[in-house]
Design a protein around this ligand. Structure first.
Ligand SMILES: Nc1ncnc2c1ncn2[C@@H]1O[C@H](COP(=O)(O)OS(=O)(=O)O)[C@@H](OP(=O)(O)O)[C@H]1O
Length: 388
C-alpha cells in the first residue's frame, strides 16, 4: 500500500517536473528566438544588403561600361606617414572652410548646410549618395584670384568629375586633422569619377607640395594663373570690399615709392611671383603632372581652356563651346542652362568685381618688377602667357 502510494507520488512528481522542464525549455527557446529577431532582423532592415545591391545595379545600368574602368582615386598610392599621427583628430565641428561667397547667380543655386560643412557637395547632377568618399585625384592649388572658382564650377559639369564646393584648406590650415578628416569632406564618387577640390592658397604655402606629395605622388595639379599685376589689384579690391579703411594700393605695394622698392612681403604682391613658388612644387612633382590654365583665356575662350583641362585629366571632352554663352551684363562667360527648366549660371558677385582704379605709373612699375619672374615662369612652364 505504502509502496503504491510512493510510486504514484513519484510518478506525479516526475510528470510535473517534465512539464515544468518542457515549459521552461519552450520559454527559453522563445526568448532566444525573440533576441535573435531583435538583433539580426532589425539590423538587416537598416542595412539591407540587397537594397545596396539594387542601387548598384541601377548605376551599372546607367554607366555599366564605365564602371569597369580602374578607379582614378589616389587612395591606393598613399603614404600616410605624416598625417596618420593625427588621424583620430576631432571631426568637422569647427572646420575652417571658406564660406561659399562665390556661388552661382542667375539660378536658384545655393549651398546646402552639408556643402558648407564640406560633406556631401553635389555636382551638377545632384547625384544621391552613391559610391564612396575618396582622397582627391586632382587639386586646383592656385592661384588666388586667378579664376579658380570658374575652373571648378565649369569642370564639375562633367559627369566624370565630382568636386567639393568649399575650400577645405587641408594642407595649409587643417593638416593636423588628418587624412581621414580630409577624405570625409569629399563628395562620394563612383569608380570612374574624379574627386576634386580647390584651395588657391596651397600654391604659396611652403609645406603644401611636400604634404600633397606624401598623400599621393601621382596626383594631378591645376594652377590657374593670371597677369600678376591684375591679380594683385583684384586681390586688393577684394580686401578693400571687406575692410574699407586699409591704406591705398600704392602704399601697400611699395616699401619706397620714390626708389621703386616693391614690398614683396605684402601677400598681394608675393603671390604673383609665380616662378618662385613653382620651384617648391617642382621639387616634388614633374612639370607633366601640373596643368597651367591661363586666367585670361578662361574668360575669352572658356571652352578652349576647358578642353585642355579635360585632356589633362584624361576624360572625354564633354564640356565644349555649347556649354557657354557670354553674359554682357556680367561681362564674363556663364554656363548655359542645362535643361529647359533651369536657368543659366554665372559666378556670384565676388567674381568679376570692378577693380579699384590704379595709377598707370604704379601699374608700369609693377609690370617691370614682375617681368623677370614672368619670363622665368614662361621658360619653366614652356608656355607664354603674354602678360607684357
Ligand atoms: N566666368 C567667369 N565669371 C566670373 N569671374 C571669372 C570667370 N572666369 C574667370 N573669372 C575671374 O575669376 C576671378 C576670381 O578668381 P578666383 O575664383 O580664383 O578667386 S578666389 O581666389 O577663389 O577668391 C575674377 O577676378 P575679378 O574679376 O578680379 O573679380 C574673374 O576675373
Amino acid at each position: 500500500m505504502a509502496y503504491r502510494f510512493l510510486a504514484s507520488w513519484v510518478l506525479t512528481a516526475s510528470k510535473r517536473l517534465t512539464r515544468r522542464f518542457l515549459f521552461l525549455f519552450t520559454l527559453s527557446l522563445s526568448c532566444t528566438y525573440l533576441c535573435y529577431c531583435l538583433i539580426f532582423c532589425s539590423d538587416s532592415i537598416m542595412q539591407n544588403p540587397s537594397y545596396d545591391g539594387y542601387r548598384c545595379i541601377l548605376i551599372q545600368n546607367v554607366r555599366g561600361k564605365k564602371l569597369l574602368q580602374k578607379s582614378p582615386s589616389c587612395n591606393a598610392a598613399v603614404d600616410h606617414k605624416e598625417t596618420q599621427i593625427n588621424i583620430h583628430s576631432p571631426a568637422a565641428s569647427v572646420i575652417r572652410l571658406v564660406p561659399p561667397e562665390d556661388s552661382w547667380t542667375e539660378r536658384n543655386f545655393s549651398y546646402t548646410p552639408e556643402d558648407v560643412s564640406g560633406q556631401e557637395t553635389s555636382n551638377n547632377t545632384g547625384t544621391p549618395r552613391f559610391g564612396s568618399k575618396k582622397l582627391p585625384h586632382t587639386i586646383i592649388v592656385g592661384v588666388k584670384k586667378g579664376g579658380t572658382r570658374a575652373v571648378l564650377e565649369f569642370i564639375r559639369v562633367h559627369p566624370d568629375v565630382r568636386a567639393m564646393g568649399t575650400e577645405p584648406h587641408f594642407f595649409d590650415k587643417n593638416y593636423d586633422r588628418g587624412l581621414d578628416w580630409y577624405r570625409s569632406l569629399m563628395p562620394r564618387t563612383l569608380e570612374n569619377q574624379i574627386t576634386m577640390e580647390k584651395t588657391p592658397s596651397y600654391f604659396v604655402t611652403k609645406e603644401t607640395p611636400r604634404r600633397i606629395f606624401s598623400m599621393c605622388k601621382e596626383i594631378k595639379l591645376i594652377i590657374v594663373v593670371r597677369n600678376p599685376v591684375t591679380r594683385a589689384i583684384s586681390d586688393y579690391t577684394q580686401t578693400l570690399s571687406k575692410k574699407p579703411d586699409i591704406p591705398t594700393f600704392q602704399e601697400l605695394a611699395f616699401k619706397n615709392w620714390t626708389l621703386g622698392l616693391v614690398d614683396t612681403s605684402w601677400n598681394a604682391i608675393r603671390i604673383g611671383m609665380y616662378a618662385l613658388h613653382l620651384e617648391s612644387w617642382l621639387q616634388y612633382f614633374p612639370i607633366s603632372q601640373i596643368h597651367f590654365v591661363s586666367g585670361e583665356k578662361l574668360i575669352t575662350d572658356p571652352a578652349g581652356e576647358m578642353g585642355r583641362i579635360q585632356d589633362f585629366l584624361g576624360i572625354k571632352r564633354i564640356i565644349t563651346e555649347k556649354h557657354f554663352y557670354f553674359n554682357k551684363t556680367k561681362g564674363f562667360p556663364c554656363l548655359k542652362k542645362s535643361d529647359v527648366n533651369s536657368l543659366p549660371r554665372c559666378l556670384g558677385k565676388s567674381k568679376g568685381r570692378t577693380h579699384v582704379q590704379i595709377d598707370q605709373e604704379v601699374i608700369d612699375q609693377l609690370r617691370d618688377f614682375y617681368r623677370p619672374y614672368n619670363i622665368k615662369f614662361y621658360e619653366t612652364v614652356g608656355q607664354d602667357f603674354h602678360w607684357e
